[in-house]
Design a protein around this ligand. Structure first.
Ligand code: ACO
Length: 325
């Protein structure tokens, strides 16, 4: 098996910033509540003209430039998203055309906030076994398009963005372990009820506001802490490493209190945790992706470092990976 690593990274965040002060004018909330309960100060919103594939395209171009590859060098594109431009075709297909990546096989992965780690683990298998040479993996979301801006329980949490990685063969290190999981028994805790084959779009579904994210945050909070802790323990065991070997943990950015609770259980100090939730909120699959990209760009990840990705989301699904840089 070949060793597979991340050979280029890029991100794209839409320009428009929505602050907690802005939200105070939209729903019954406060900067103090949002900051203390979630760690979020502001988030980015895509424009009406920007769809998920547009966010993905900008991130993809940056990652290809960083990897010094052209779009035609790509053999595979996987986009992790729960907010595709449309039910079909996939965002990856739209992106392939926009990039001119005519040699790439393309598909999307729907694994909510764990989508980026799911996509990373999936794409890396093709390179590890020699089927493909270069793959582009992206977490991209326009969550603002499925956010109920009248529901204070959810609208303060989400944002839009995209993070991209190019995967290729490396001489040493790379993705040394990945662990994916799902518990489909708690579907009702987090979902978007209408717009699929169960509840196709109708006047009634629109009137009942069923095309927006519904979430029981309180229940999810406890499950997220437990699940992310277990996923981190399992992937570390698989990698044959200890928590003291980890230089940086890149967790899904749903809530800074969840992240701190997980870190405490794992015995990781604050300097080993990467956070960007303050700037962007929860961007589902794009959160872990942009956090990884920014950790690299800010010099928080250096050659030889061991990085732990840990994510959790609707499904309920989880995914963790250990990468040696
Ligand atoms: N402003 C002010 N008050 C609010 C707001 C708000 N924006 N939202 C809720 N409240 C109120 C509630 O109505 C409630 O009031 P009550 O006590 O009078 O009933 C009170 O604040 C407490 O509400 P809780 O839901 O218990 O608040 P909690 O501390 O649990 O925080 C939160 C809520 C931030 C959603 C948290 O539960 C959370 O982060 N959950 C996990 C989310 C998650 O991990 N999701 C999975 C990934 S997302 C994905 O896959 C797309």
């Amino acid at each position: 098996m070949r060793k597979v690593g991340i050979i280029g990274v890029g991100e794209y965040l839409p320009k428009r910033v929505l602050t907690n002060a802005d939200l105070e004018k939209m729903v019954d909330t406060s900067d103090e509540w949002i900051t203390t309960r979630t760690g979020i100060k502001e988030r980015r919103l895509a424009s009406a003209e920007e769809a998920t594939s547009d966010l993905a395209l900008n991130a993809a171009k940056a990652a290809l430039k960083d990897a010094r590859l052209s779009a035609e060098d790509l053999d595979l594109i996987i986009v992790a998203t729960i907010t595709p431009d449309m039910p079909f075709p996939s965002v990856a297909s739209i992106l392939q055309n926009a990039l001119g990546a005519k040699n790439a096989a393309c598909c999307d992965i729907s694994a909510a906030c764990a989508g980026f780690v799911y996509a990373l683990a999936t794409a890396s298998q093709f390179i590890a076994c020699g089927t493909y040479k270069n793959a582009l993996v992206i977490g991209a979301e326009k969550l603002s398009s499925v956010t109920d801006w009248k529901d204070r329980n959810t609208c303060v949490l989400f944002g839009d963005g995209a993070g991209a990685c190019v995967l290729g063969e490396v001489k040493s290190g790379g993705i040394i372990a990945s662990y994916l999981g799902c518990d489909g028994s708690n579907l009702g805790l987090l979902n978007l009820p209408a717009g699929g084959s169960r509840n196709p779009a109708s006047l009634q579904t629109v009137e009942a506001r069923l095309h927006y994210i519904k979430m029981q945050g309180n229940e999810l909070f406890k499950i997220a802490v437990r699940t992310m802790t277990e996923a981190a323990e399992k992937v570390l065991k698989q990698a044959g490493l200890k928590f003291s070997d980890i230089d940086l943990i890149i967790p899904h950015q749903a809530n800074s209190r969840i992240i701190m609770a997980v870190a405490k259980r794992l015995g990781l100090t604050e300097d080993k945790i990467f956070l960007n939730i303050e700037k962007y909120g929860n961007m589902s699959s794009a959160s872990t992706a942009t956090a990884l990209v920014e950790a690299v760009k800010e010099g928080r990840i250096k050659k030889g470092d061991t990085v732990l990705l840990d994510s959790f989301g609707a499904g309920l699904v989880w995914g963790a990976a250990v990468i040696q840089w």
